[in-house]
Design a protein around this ligand. Sequence first.
Ligand SMILES: [Cu+2]
Length: 305
Amino acid sequence: MKSKFQGIASVVAGAGAAMMGSLAFAQERLGQPTPGGLGLQQAASPLKHDAHFFHDIILLPIITVICLFVLALLIWVVVRYNRKANPVPATWSHNTAIEVAWTLIPVLILMVIAVFSFRLLFDYHNMPKPDLTVKAVGYQWNWGYEYPDQKIPEYISNMLPEDDVAKRGLPRDVYRLAATEPMVVPVDKVVRVQVTAADVIHAFALPAFGLKTDAIPGRLNETWFKAEKVGTYYGQCSELCGVDHAFMPIEIKVVTQAEFDAWVATKAPAATPVAAPDAAAAAPAPTPTAAPVASPAGVAPAAPL
Ligand SMILES: [Cu+2]
């Protein structure tokens, strides 16, 4: 499904970009907004590639042609049928052929759009067999992430303060996108995200993966992604949820499977006393804030289990 879309997309992409006259596409940053960027954020998951195809190859050319056609009609009418050029107007008021055409053609255009639109919706709905499940809970105003299969209890992901952005050596413009503790997932794995909220409605949204799912108290929504590249990806709560709505970013860190296993070992509570030292040796914890949580795992051998 994805490759079919991508194949057609790659053939037409050059012409599409040229037609749109967009200069920012090539320099787009991965996983975050680009200053002055015009298009959708660069894709890093199959759903986002499909969304790019639908927007760039289906919708944009159709919209452009319709706009140019209507503009040409308007110019023609203004020039040809103004009072000076056409002092004696025609008196007929109906033309059956034209009326049938302007009913049928828009219907056909909408049907073409619907086919691709529904196909994209079905892709969102038809999640492949997930390799990993993460539960994301929206709070006023931060996110909680829980990994039920890895027995990682919920931890809270706040916005990274401005001072800490500099301390971690991050670019200044990820302030308000970076989080104290990101969601961590392995690359090339299907991640199922179960989304809910504890107080008001939030929305779990991350453009590079094409994610936007409402987080509704008392209801469990689902979405999925498969990250194609290791890296750090940023999103934000996308439902107006109160005074600090703009300050509850979503950061997803995509790592290798080995790094993910090591991270899991630091986060899981005292359940894997053997795995924890191995994992710690294999790779350090990805975030400094993981350290306080890691310490219970460190004393795990002394615990009864
Ligand atoms: Cu929110």
